[in-house]
Design a protein around this ligand. Sequence first.
Ligand code: SF4
Length: 65
Amino acid sequence: MKKAVLNESRCDKSPFCGAKHACPVGAIKFVRQGIFSGKIEIDKEKCIGCSKCVKYCPHNAIIMK
Ligand code: SF4
């Protein structure tokens, strides 16, 4: 099964990530790394391969692989 993979160079690392909110199983999370910064992580174990996040990312930063 293909799973969601993040291209970090395209990701804008927003805490308001639309793809995070679209994921039905909570596999995408914003990890805070400072007061104003953080990054998006995708939990491969949780991902069920639905590809919803691909459609909701405005930066095309997620692909199914
Ligand atoms: S493919 Fe589906 S389950 Fe996997 S991270 Fe994206 S929205 Fe979540």
